[in-house]
Structures are given as C-alpha cells and as structure tokens.
Design a protein around this ligand. Structure first.
Ligand SMILES: *Cc1c(COP(=O)(O)O)cnc(C)c1O
Length: 420
C-alpha cells in the first residue's frame, strides 16, 4: 500500500533542523507504532494543509458579518462554511465553531447555562467522566457545585433510575452526559426525559463519540438536546479543536459566552481545517469508516477476552475498551502502559469503576480503534493487535522480549502506511 498523505516541511528542514527533526521523529513514531489512545486520530492532507495556512495571521474577534476588525471578507466565508457544514452534519439549530479545545468548550457551555455556584450533575472521573465534568481540581468543580453520579456496581453501566432519583433530590440546573471513558452506548433519550422531569438544562459532551454520532452509528443527541459540545480531533478526525451546538434558545448566550465571555481572536486557520474535516465527515464513506471503528473495537475486545483479560462491562459498543489489567494480570495500569510503550504500542492508564488504586497508578488501561481504523485496519488485524498486547502483558518485565516485539510491531505497521 502507498502512503496517502505527506507533510510539507521543506523550508523548516534547513531553517530549523532541530524542530524539523523532532517533527519527523514524531511522525515516524506515529507510523511505526500501534496507536491505541482512543482520543487520538490521524488527519487528512486537506486538514493538515488548512492548519498550516495564512488565516492564522488574521484577527477576527466577533462573528461573521459582525467583526471588531476590518478585512474579514474571506475569513467570514471560511467561518460560515464551517458553521453550515457542522449544522448539516449533526442537524443542529445553532453552531459556534470558535472554541479552541474541548475544555474551553465545556467552560463556555457552563458559563452560558448556569450562574457561578449553581449545581450540576456529571459522571465521576474515576468512572468515565472528564476532568471538566466537575472534578474538584478543575474549574468545573471549583466554580460550580458539581454532584457526581456513578455507574452501577453490578454491571458497570449507567443506572438511569438512580440518576433520575439523584436528580429529583438535587434539582440541578444542568445534567451532563457524554464521557471520556465509557465503553457502552449512552441512552440520550433517557437523559432528555430525566432533564424534562426535573427542569434541568440537557447537555452532552460527545467529544469522544462525535464521529459516531454524526453518522448515526451512535444515537445523535444534537437534534433534541439543549447544548452539545464536542472536540473535533477525536473520532471526528479533524484539527485539535472543539465546537458547541445548541438550540436556538441558547444561541445568543453560547455565542456571548465564547466571545467576549471566554476567548479573544478565533483561530481561523483551525476553523478552516474544521470546515475541511466536516466536509470529509459529510461524505458517504465516513459512515463506513465510523462503522468500521466499532467493528474493530468489538473484534479487539473479543480477542482480548479470549485471551482471558477482563474488560469493563465485558466488551464495548463504541470505539473504546477499558481493560482491567490489575484484575486480569496483576499489572497496574501504569506498569501495563509502560510495558506496551516499550513494545511500540501506545495507550493510557485509566481507572476502572470502583477502582481501589489511584488515578496516577490505576487498575486498568484505556484503548481504542480510531487511529488503526484510519490506517485501514480491519477485524482480522485487530486480532493480531490483541495478540501483540497479550504477549506484552505476559512479558511485561522482560525488556529484551518487549524490544523484540517492538520490531514485529513496526513490521506489522509498515503494511498500513498513512503519511509519507
Ligand atoms: C477530550 C475531552 C475533553 C477535552 O478536550 P481537550 O481538547 O483536551 O481540552 C472534554 N470532554 C471530553 C468528554 C473529552 O473526551
């Protein structure tokens, strides 16, 4: 197979050889290893080109047609295209494409929907929530009163009756669904019902599953939720960035929260790259891609379970898998992550529900299939990846064995080139 895409660094090569070398080494690391971090992806030529382009040079505070700087004729075309494509992709009433990343997107959404000190509900970090979903070390837990819900002890899944009961007691201003480490389908309709019953703003953060929601592979909450945030660099396969979609009712509040509430000049080169990514996601084959992500995750889950590993919820409905490495192999998440890294396989340590260890050295790892699927791998390849992983976990303390596996991993990856 031919590599599809190429970075252009011809000038940098001579002008700044140190940065040039580090970038090329990083590209080689991405190509030579098995990338399993479920929040990562590889972007196309179009996205790469737009990111490295001259709209970077422009100040355009405000919104299309209402800017605080002159000279925004072409910038407005870029931003309007990004907005229109995003609205079409998700069926959104209103879209703001200026968010610089997922965390500020959540900050802006809370700022628009709540007063400082208001109560909201989000999922605990240790059970799959994100730091910005109300963790005490994060602004979300400091500025707002976050009452967190958890998953059920029996099946490690969301317990909607318990969430409703908690919501009735707390009367939160907002209830947040959408997670960073939850391997199962989320029943967004149930969340809408719960919010209606207690009069809460219904918000989802679909940062991880955005690509799956855009194509209907996972239920898309955008048409009937009040506010939805998502990053654009995970399953949406765009630049490192984020967006907010909302009902018309929240449009002005969201726009004001983003600018002037939180951010200054929008990154219009990144907005151009988002527009390119949304064009790609609107193409029919993006649905096949997201379908394949899930098929691959299921195949990988099977491969790992066949080898005796315990997975949280015993499998997956989406792109990610949580492996209980401590319960299965007496390896902490930190040890497992390190051993895999020595073999050229990249994942992140992660807590599992009801973890008795700490987030810094938890009981599990989190893996996923977006990057491998982008490289063109299919179910049979996932079985091979699972075999590599099991081999690593069974030889986690044997550095020479891990180095030998790294060579095999590199050979395996060479069959799936992506960047030249
Ligand atoms: C990744 C993620 C974020 C944060 O995105 P950044 O771009 O890293 O700030 C927020 N929420 C969820 C659910 C995420 O998975």
């Amino acid at each position: 197979m031919e590599a599809k895409y190429e970075m252009h660094l011809d000038f940098l090569k001579d002008y700044d050889p140190d940065i040039f070398k580090a970038i090329v080494d990083e590209k080689d690391r991405q190509m030579d290893g098995i990338e399993l971090i479920p929040s990562e992806n590889l972007v196309s030529q179009g996205v790469l080109e737009a990111m490295g382009s001259v709209p970077n040079n422009k100040y355009s505070e405000g919104y299309p047609g209402k800017r605080y700087y002159g000279g925004n004729e072409f910038i407005d075309i870029i931003e309007n295209l990004a907005i229109d494509r995003l609205k079409e992709l998700f069926g959104a009433e209103h879209a703001n494409v200026q968010l610089n990343s997922g965390s500020p997107a959540n900050m802006a959404a809370y700022y628009a929907a709540m007063e400082i000190g208001d109560t909201f509900m989000g999922l605990k970090l240790t059970e799959g929530g994100h730091l910005t979903h109300g963790h005490p070390v994060n602004f979300s837990g400091k500025l707002y009163n976050c009452e967190q819900y958890g998953v059920s002890k029996e099946d490690e899944r969301l317990d909607y009756d318990a969430i409703l009961k908690q919501a009735k007691e707390l009367k939160p201003k907002l209830i947040l669904s959408g997670y960073t480490a939850y391997p199962r389908e989320i029943d967004f309709k149930k969340f809408r019902e719960i919010c209606d019953e207690v009069g809460a703003v219904c918000m989802a953060d679909i940062s991880h599953i955005g690509g799956l929601c855009a194509t209907g592979i996972h239920e898309n909450p955008v048409p009937y939720f009040d506010i939805v945030t998502t990053t654009t660099h995970k399953t949406l396969r765009g630049p490192r960035s984020a967006v907010i979609m909302c009902k018309e009712e929240f449009a002005t509040k969201i726009d004001k929260a983003v600018f002037p509430g939180l951010q200054g000049g929008p990154h219009e080169h990144i907005i151009a790259a988002k527009a390119v990514a949304f064009k790609e996601a609107l193409e029919p084959n993006f649905k096949n891609y997201t379908e394949q992500i899930v098929k691959n995750a299921k195949a990988m889950a099977e491969g790992l379970m066949d080898a005796g590993l315990r997975l949280v919820t015993d499998g997956t409905d989406n792109h990610l898998i949580l492996v209980d490495t401590f319960g299965s192999k007496q390896l902490t998440g930190k040890e497992a992550e390190h051993a895999l890294e020595l073999a050229g396989i990249y994942c992140n340590k992660n807590t599992i529900p009801f973890d008795e260890r700490t987030p810094w050295d938890p009981s599990g790892i989190r893996i996923g299939t977006p990057v491998l699927t982008t490289r063109g791998m299919k179910e049979s390849d996932m079985k091979e990846v699972a075999d590599f992983m099991v081999k690593v976990l069974d030889n986690a303390k044997d550095e020479s064995k891990l180095a030998a596996i790294k060579v095999e991993v590199k050979e395996f990856c060479a069959s799936f080139p992506f960047y030249k």
